[in-house]
Design a protein around this ligand. Structure first.
Ligand code: ZN
Ligand code: ZN
Length: 256
């Protein structure tokens, strides 16, 4: 390709990107400190908020404590996402026990696996200070408190996900635009909220068990980003939620 052709390509790509701008979404990456923070803080690993009569969640398959992957305090989210996920805390626990290979036994890559606990809890003001302060089980990942969310860019959905959206909106692409589509559609890798999922193997939103609606991404959790954990062979995970039933949460991952 000559320099002139490459430039022409860039212009065409930029024009196409502008045409698709209605599907562009900002995404945010977590800013973290190597500390645990309060029980209700947003965090990776560390101590979750548990209700006063609750013990640390256990994997029903191996009966070992689940690893807290992430706790999101919905009050700490960027204002653009404030009303999306309901109130309270969203927690994701996952069995990382390799001795009993719960990940394989329980098909933990599929949503609604029994070795995964994805839920929303509403801490009571009166039980935050003097409620249970759980001790973190041995060998858990070091805690990382999420101190803020940095808007890191914008995503367009992957072309698999975008095509049906274009069709529904009656937007037809020229042959040339269709060729360029893979170049302009890009969803960021790494841990993030907002934006569009980076699908490793095609679009895989779960359906809400209550109403059948397509669940929406709450957070993308990628291999070895803020958590020292690898999903299969460098897979990428997604925590999703029903847009209507905020207590229907799921987590699934895929690798190439
Ligand atoms: Zn287990
Ligand atoms: Zn639902």
């Amino acid at each position: 390709m000559t320099e002139l052709e490459a430039e022409g390509n860039d212009t065409e790509a930029a024009e196409l990107k502008a045409r698709l701008s209605q599907w562009s979404r900002p995404y945010w990456k977590p800013e973290t400190l190597d500390e645990d923070g309060p029980l209700t803080a947003s965090k990776f690993s560390g101590r979750p908020w548990l209700s006063p009569d609750e013990v640390w969640p256990i994997c029903p398959n191996c009966e070992q404590p689940l690893q807290l992957f992430v706790q999101l305090n919905t009050q700490d989210l960027p204002s653009e996402l404030q009303n999306n996920f309901g109130t309270g805390l969203i927690q994701l626990f996952y069995c990382t026990n390799t001795e009993s290979s719960c990940e394989d036994d329980c098909d933990a890559y599929f949503p609604f696996s029994e070795s995964v606990l994805a839920r929303r809890v509403e801490p009571h003001a009166d039980s935050v200070g003097d409620g249970v302060v759980p001790s973190v089980p041995d060998q858990h990942f070091p805690p990382k408190r999420i101190t803020g969310w940095e808007q890191a860019g914008t995503d367009l959905p992957a072309s698999d996900e975008l095509r049906p959206l274009l069709k529904a909106a009656g937007l037809k692409l020229s042959e040339r635009e269709d060729e360029l589509l893979w170049e302009v559609t890009d969803s960021a890798a790494g841990d993030k909220i907002g934006g569009w999922p980076m699908w490793v193997q095609g679009v895989e939103y779960p359906e809400c068990p209550d109403c059948g609606k397509t669940m929406q991404m709450v957070m993308q959790i990628d291999s070895e980003d803020h958590l020292p954990y690898m999903f299969g062979d460098v897979g990428c995970g997604h925590l999703t939620q029903c847009p209507t039933h905020k207590d229907q949460l799921a987590f699934g991952w895929a690798c190439g």
